[in-house]
Design a protein around this ligand. Structure first.
Ligand SMILES: *Cc1c(COP(=O)(O)O)cnc(C)c1O
Length: 397
């Protein structure tokens, strides 16, 4: 049996009619840039995330970049983020001329460790007479970027408390977590809507995927939202009057139209992904594999949240990761390593002067984690085949 890591074809087949009708409408209108489809999709995201402002942009990377530019973050500034994320999280900080500061992760969730963040801020940073928080090199600590990795929210209670105590803004990288919930003060909040700003990616393989690149920024503050909105069009408002330097970070009408067709199905897809995760767990238990592989943590299950995890990825951990991956490849099972290096180990960040061992949990996750096939339409037969292939690998050991 061949089991791909991800297969989007069935999802497209189910929605091909309405998607093609929407695309035809955009083509007939010949209105491709920042028209009614983008505005309608932005409104739909505002409703979905319970947030007052949404700004459609060209990708998740550009969402992060536009936010950093709109906040005027640049040379002399530091931005704190997780050492274990997709490259864009750290790269955007460097691209605006600021310094990325990495923090290690929690080994169970792979998300930024709140205690390590707090330790860094209290031991390595201090507030100047001008009340600006600075790091040991005198850089202004401007923001914390928690990344809700694999579709699970970070420990936002702790991060909120830390950000309030140290008065540093929170920019959520929610690229992998649209719709994921966190319980907050009696109620619940969605990923991206808990910090000052949240960033989404609609890269085709994300839980809500476009037919190409697309992204979104959501934001509480109206004035900041206006700046981000201007930033997406070269800092321009009104036309041909430029207040600051932005970029071309616009979301296309066609992408917005397709995403608006898909958004009402997102929660159903997330529920189906959770059901896949539940069945993997049952199978791994049945096969007695839970001592050999660590399954994804579900710290927020049982807190009354629906989307306590949206399983953008289903990631297991084993010290025999590479051999297991090889075995699964031979069985025609698609797997992936997210990510084989910590951000601090990337060549392009060598100038930051990190060494092996600086972020031990990140480095261990990079050596031991493996993403298994997960998507809403994955069949139980396919999952059984994956689980049995893993059992076969460990039986041979
Ligand atoms: C996908 C992703 C991004 C970047 O989004 P693109 O749309 O691919 O530019 C940023 N951060 C994380 C954590 C991601 O997974």
């Amino acid at each position: 049996m061949r089991v791909p890591l991800l297969d989007l074809s069935e999802q497209y087949r189910a929605l091909a009619g309405p998607i093609r009708a929407e695309m035809d409408e955009v083509l007939a209108s010949q209105n491709f840039i920042l028209g009614p489809k983008v505005a309608a999709f932005e409104e739909a995201i505002c409703r979905y995330c319970s947030t007052p402002n949404a700004i459609g942009v060209s990708s998740g990377t550009d969402a992060l970049l536009a936010v950093l530019m709109a906040l005027g973050i640049g040379p002399g500034d530091a931005v704190i983020t997780s050492a274990y994320s997709f490259f864009a999280t750290g790269a955007c900080v460097a691209r605006v001329g600021a310094t990325p500061v990495f923090i290690d992760i929690e080994p169970e969730t792979y998300n930024i460790s709140a205690p390590a963040l707090e330790k860094y801020l209290s031991e390595s940073c201090r507030r100047g007479d001008d009340s600006q928080l600075r790091d040991a090199q005198g850089r202004n600590v401007r923001a914390i970027v928690p990344v809700h990795l694999y579709g699970l929210c970070c420990d936002m209670d702790a991060i909120h408390r830390i950000s309030e105590h140290f008065q540093v803004d929170v920019i959520e990288d929610a690229a992998q977590a649209i719709g994921a919930e966190y319980s907050f003060g009696g109620g619940s909040a969605k990923a991206g809507a808990m910090g000052e700003v949240g960033c989404f990616s609609f890269y085709p393989s994300k839980n809500l995927g476009a037919a190409g690149d697309a992204g979104m920024v959501i934001c509480r503050d109206d004035a900041l939202a206006e700046r981000i909105r201007a930033c997406r069009q070269h800092g321009m408002e009104p036309r041909y009057f430029h207040h600051f330097i932005g970029g071309n970070f616009r979301l296309d009408e066609i992408q917005a139209a397709i995403l608006a067709v898909k958004l009402p199905f997102l929660d159903g897809w997330s529920a189906a992904r959770r059901a896949v995760a539940d069945f993997y767990r049952e199978e791994f238990r049945r096969l007695g594999l839970t001592t050999q592989i660590a399954l994804p943590a579900e710290p927020y299950r049982g807190r009354g949240l629906t989307n306590h995890h949206i399983y953008h990825q289903y990631v297991i951990r084993t010290s025999q990761r590479d051999a297991l991956r090889e075995h699964l490849t031979q069985k025609e099972i698609g797997t992936a390593i997210y990510y084989p290096l910590g951000l601090h180990e990337q060549k392009c960040f060598a100038y930051l002067g990190h060494r092996a061992g600086d972020f031990p949990e990140t480095e261990r996750a990079a050596r031991e984690t493996l993403a298994l096939p997960i998507y809403p339409e994955l069949t139980r037969d396919a999952q059984r085949y994956v689980a049995e292939a893993i059992a076969e690998f460990f039986a041979k050991k």
